[in-house]
Design a protein around this ligand. Structure first.
Ligand code: SF4
Ligand code: SF4
Length: 223
């Protein structure tokens, strides 16, 4: 997926959760991206905020959000509308004010940031770019209103980041009994020698691991 497509999806969500690390604690707040180009995804804060200092100290940021956050209960089960979540785990750097002003000459999305640099001294040192990240888009349709699968996951990376594929891993110890396919309500397992997990459909729930008679299924890797 190109950054332009990713940015369009992030704009669809609008306000996202941005998380940093400080003294071994996770600190989260609501924020948004305000532009992109070949160098990455741009966002901003103000110079005095602890958030700004945490970004400078660690250079690390995670971001996540969901396109439709509604949830309701129907009897014992929770119901969710079709939606998608995005999460990014990445590296950031501060962008000098001159660079933002220069980029805004050809990048309309950065024009407001460039104007604010002139109008608000605190904004001048608060521009950042997420220059590399691993990204997951997790499209959910738990009631299968739009398609045959409850989830569809897409993973990719930009700026030199790397990631592990989603889903459990079935080894050659598989005896093809079919128990995992039967228990998987996500239709994420297909027959074969050995059986195979389809990463895009797998929810990492773990039901299949618990029914496999020969422990042929390995846990999902960390993203
Ligand atoms: S972890 Fe869950 S979703 Fe993934 S293959 Fe196993 S049962 Fe299916
Ligand atoms: S439950 Fe285990 S042995 Fe049976 S098909 Fe699945 S992976 Fe293979």
């Amino acid at each position: 997926m190109r950054l332009a497509e990713l940015y369009e999806k992030l704009e669809t969500i609008g306000v996202l959760t941005f998380s940093t690390i400080h003294n071994n604690e996770v600190h989260s707040r609501s924020a948004h991206f305000n532009g992109f180009d070949e160098d990455g995804l741009y966002f901003r804060t103000m110079a005095n905020k602890p958030y700004c200092r945490q970004l400078l100290e660690t250079g690390k940021l995670t971001v996540c959000g969901i396109s439709d956050a509604r949830v309701w209960h129907d009897g014992a089960s929770a119901k969710f509308p079709p939606s998608f979540t995005i999460r990014l785990i990445g590296e950031v750097r501060r962008v000098p004010p001159e660079e933002i002003i220069d980029k805004a000459k050809t990048n309309d999305a950065l024009k407001t940031a460039a104007e604010d640099i002139v109008n608000y001294p605190a904004m001048a040192e608060g521009n950042f770019v997420m220059h590399s990240a691993k990204v997951e888009i997790f499209d959910v349709d738990f009631e299968k209103e739009m398609r045959g699968n409850k989830v569809y996951r897409t993973r990719f990376a930009f700026g030199g980041a790397s990631y592990n594929p989603a889903g459990v891993r079935i080894t050659d110890a598989c005896i093809e009994c079919g128990a995992c396919k039967e228990v998987c309500s996500f239709q994420a397992i297909e027959e074969g020698t050995p059986y195979r997990c389809i990463p895009e459909y797998c929810d990492d729930c773990g039901s299949c691991l618990r029914v496999c008679p020969v422990n042929a299924i390995q846990e999902s890797l960390v993203f």
